[in-house]
Write a protein of this length. Structure first.
Length: 82
């Protein structure tokens, strides 16, 4: 049951966050644009932080599935430990 709740809360939270990002982006707000974020940070000043934008705000389907895998692994470990 805890595993199901964990997936549920993750999926709901992810969707809420994606809706907010979509709304801001549709209104022309560039705060979630990986390219704009990298410009503001300055790739020379903080290259890892500038690159992180593509992971944080990149393709939502890739992000969801990329995070779901470790979540499912965690649930499997929870189930195995009782």
């Amino acid at each position: 049951m805890r595993g199901l709740l964990l997936i549920h809360y993750f999926a709901v939270g992810f969707c809420v966050e994606e809706q907010a990002i979509s709304q801001f982006s549709a209104a022309g707000d560039e705060r979630y644009s990986p390219g704009r974020r990298a410009e503001l940070i300055g790739p020379d000043a903080a290259p890892l932080a500038a690159e992180a934008g593509t992971i944080i705000f990149g393709d939502p389907d890739e992000r969801f599935t990329g995070l779901l895998g470790p979540l499912l692994d965690t649930i499997d470990r929870m189930r195995a430990s009782g």
